[in-house]
Each structure stands twice: as C-alpha cells, then as structure tokens.
Design a protein around this ligand. Structure first.
Ligand code: ARG
Length: 460
C-alpha cells in the first residue's frame, strides 16, 4: 500500500474497504493528459514568480513528461490506495524526479486541480462535439440537396397534414443541430475559465500569477472567486443540458427513421451495412441504430438528472460528493459523440423511396387546406371555406375518392365559387410552390435555405 500524502494526522491505516469505496482512479485516469498539462503550467508559473527555482521547475517538467509517456504507452501502474489520478501522478513523480516532487503541490489543492482537469477535458470534448455536429449538418444538407424535388407528406399528430419537400423536412433537423452547435459554443465560454490557484478554497499566500498559468494553458479567462472556482460545476450541468437537448433531437430523428423504414411507411430503406437481422426470423431487417440512439437518449438525460441532483444543496465549497460528477459526464460525452458520429455515417447511405413518399402525399386529403385557400381566393371568408371543404371531404370519404378525384359536378353543390381551375390548385407541385412565406416549403425557399446552409457551413 502506498503512503498517503495526507496521512500525517492519522494514526490508523485506511481500511481497504474505504480505499475501494472512495477511489476514483478507475474512471478519472482518463483525465491524465490534462492533469499533467496543468501540473506543467503550474510548475512554470511557480518558477516565474520565484516560489521554486528554474532548475526545480525543469526537473519537475521532465519528470511529468516521463510519466506522460508511461501513461500514453500503458506502462503506468495504478493502485487503489492512491485514490485518484492526481495522487497517482504526484506519487510517481516522487519516484521519477526525486524529492523535488514534493514541491509540486505548493499553492495548489486537488480541489482546484480536479476542476481544472474537468474543464480542460470538457473543452476538448465540446470542441469535438461541435465538429461532429457540423459534420452531421453537412450530411443533412447533402441529403436534402440530393433529393431536392422529393415530395412527402408533412404530419401533425402523426396524421398526414400537408405536403412538404423531403429537403424541407431534413432542413428542419439541420436547424435543430445548428442550435445545438450554438449551445455548445456558448457552453464553451463558461467551460473555458481557469480555476487553478484557488487552492483548497480561499486562495493562497504565495505570490502566484494565475493569469500566466491561464495563458500557458490557453484559457481566455480566470475564475474570479476562489470558493466558486472549486465548487462550480455549472459548466458540467450546462454541457449536459445541451447534450440532452441534442440527444432529444437525435431521438426524434431516430423515431422518424424507425417509422419510415417500416413496411407500413416504406419511405426509406436503410443500407444493409447499417441495419441488423434477427436470430430467429430470416426475413427481418431491423433499424437497430436509430433504436439504440433513441434508447441512449435516456442515458444522457439521466446523466443530467444525476448531476443536477448531485449539486443541489451542496454547501460551499468543495465536497467529495462532486467526485460523482465524472462517470455520468464521461458516459454522456462518449454516448453523444457516438450517436452523432453513427448518424453522420448512416444517413448518407439511406435510400429515399421517392415514389412511396409521393403516393402517400397524394392520398389522405393533404390538399384540403389548399382547396379552402382557393375558395378564400374567390372571396369566401376562411372559416366558411374551412367548413365547406370539410363537408366536401366527408362526401369524398363516403365516395372513397380524394378531393381532386371528385368531378366539378360533384363539387359544385359545396360552393358555386368552385371553377375548373380548382384542380390546378390541388396538385402537389402547386401546393408546395405556393408556400412561399418566409420559412415555408416552396421549392425556391428550400433552394435558398440550402444555399444559406452551405454558406454558413463554409464560414465555419
Ligand atoms: N477525486 C476527487 C474528485 O474527483 C479529487 C478532489 C479530491 N479532493 C479532496 N479534497 N479529497 O473530486
């Protein structure tokens, strides 16, 4: 069992069960690159302000470099009795660099160290998430562009409502993921704040230069209050909120992919490479990827719930409860990235069954609103037109026909305003292209939206 750096006031050895219960090394080991980078910056800063000599700093930095290589190559030995990654690295530094290692922890606490590590980790992961979102947005624009003329039913209440362009539908997801990306960008400003130098909670008596440490670690800001610096996990909650919203968007998309790939809908066919089969039913091709993405949404939302509950009522400043932030955060980060990435790979390989979509858009009275709009154009107030078309729909249902399959003679009794040109208003192309209101599904609007999306993507 390794000696504890804090056991000076203890007369009994820590019980093995306590070591096992309190250790976080099994999961916080992934913070090691940040922990080492933070320690190197801390050493340099201590040398700059004269708390340690340049010579000591060089020895420490060299030792930390050696440890980094050991960790990179899986040569580092872990030991539960050393609790966490911070103590592991410090203990190893003593072996590698000798007793100069005992100076590393001057003007520092594990409380500000762990806050730094998590911030550095999360800023890197947030940047990767932003890149993945950008990739997914590109895929959606590609998919929309490749099927620019495909018409499908738009739904409300999962009931056919009005025709829309498939591209318009895809661009709706583009908008969601764009907002997600913006949210992660905004998170980044609050993640990117340097806490080191808060020490345990109250600041330190050494003449440290926190701005210099921040510069070395590429942080644009330094936390203003030492107590807040060690006890703030808002940035984790914020990331998890953004992640949960993003997973909800992925889950909505997944739900549609699952529905669309059923034989009932038949709107899309998933590529064989991105579907799975059944061990008993030879005919099955299952949409497991969207299903699993839909399922994983619960994990990420669960992580947000776990951590928001963890933080609730914690008195200031650091509390060991906060060690519990890591597993849900790491899991949520990994899950979100995996879901974004698999979608970006799967979506370009779907087959859009344009004829099935078009057929579905032609059946189920999706032109009823347009017939009402036609009557309004002939001078009828909208409410009256709505009622008139409603009656025509009831009549058509009885006849087993669509509105546009009724003859002029059959339609005339509903309103004398109905002329033969009504039928032009009821075609899919006409319905789509008349929806030119800002943000509507008209072909020109969608073409413009696509061009705008391309421009935004190219701008970064
Ligand atoms: N493993 C701890 C955590 O994750 C590091 C900080 C420990 N600080 C302490 N005073 N025990 O929060």
């Amino acid at each position: 069992m390794a000696e504890k750096p804090w056991d000076g006031r203890f007369s009994e050895k820590t019980d093995k069960s306590v070591e096992a219960f309190t250790a976080s090394i099994a999961y916080d080991r992934r913070l090691y690159p940040y922990d080492i980078a933070g320690s190197i910056a801390h050493c340099r800063m201590l040398a700059k302000v004269g708390v340690i000599t340049d010579e000591e700093a060089s020895q420490l930095v060299e030792g930390l470099g050696t440890i980094k290589r050991e960790l990179d190559h899986g040569k580092f030995v872990f030991d539960d009795s050393l609790e966490d990654i911070h103590m592991h690295i410090e203990a190893r530094l003593l072996q590698v660099a000798g007793k100069v290692a005992q100076k590393l922890h001057t003007a520092r606490s594990r409380n500000d160290q762990v806050a730094l590590d998590v911030r550095m980790y999360l800023r890197e992961e947030t940047r990767q998430t932003i890149d993945l979102l950008k990739g997914l947005r590109t895929v959606l624009v590609d998919l929309a562009e490749a099927h620019a003329d495909v018409v499908m039913p738009g739904y409300t209440h999962t009931q056919r409502a009005q025709p829309v362009l498939f591209a318009h539908h895809m661009l709706a997801y583009y908008e969601m993921f764009f907002r997600d990306q913006q949210r992660f960008n905004e998170c980044l400003t609050r993640i990117n704040v340097m806490p080191l130098g808060a020490a345990a909670l109250a600041g330190t008596t050494y003449p440290i230069d926190r701005t210099y440490t921040a510069e070395l670690l590429d942080f644009p800001a330094v936390s203003a209050n030492s107590m807040d610096a060690v006890s703030d996990r808002d940035f984790v909650l914020e990331f998890l909120s953004a992640a949960s919203i993003c997973m909800v968007h992925l889950s909505r998309l997944s739900e549609e992919l699952v529905l669309w790939s059923t034989s009932e809908f038949g709107f899309i066919t998933l590529s064989d490479a991105f579907a799975t089969g059944s061990s008993i039913m030879p005919q099955k091709k299952n949409p497991d990827i969207p299903e699993i993405v839909r399922g994983k949404t619960g994990r990420v939302v669960g992580a947000l719930m776990a951590l928001i509950t963890l933080m609730k009522s914690l008195p200031m400043a650091y509390n060991r409860d906060m060690q519990e932030d890591k597993e849900p955060l790491f899991d949520a980060v990994d899950t979100l990235k995996a879901c974004l990435s698999i979608n970006a790979q799967m979506l370009p390989r779907i087959t859009v069954n344009r004829d099935t979509m078009r057929r579905a858009a032609s059946m189920g009275f999706l032109n009823a609103t347009d017939m009402a709009d036609y009557l309004v154009g002939q001078g009828m107030p909208f409410r009256k037109a709505h009622d008139c078309v409603g009656k025509a729909v009831a009549f058509a249902l009885e006849k087993g026909k669509e509105l546009d399959q009724l003859t002029l003679d059959e339609l005339k009794p509903f309103s004398q305003l109905i002329k033969p040109d009504l039928f032009d208003h009821l075609t899919l192309e006409h319905m789509i292209d008349r929806r030119q209101s800002l943000g509507g599904t008209a072909t020109d609007n969608v073409r413009q939206a696509l061009a705008e999306a391309r421009k935004v993507l190219a701008a970064g």
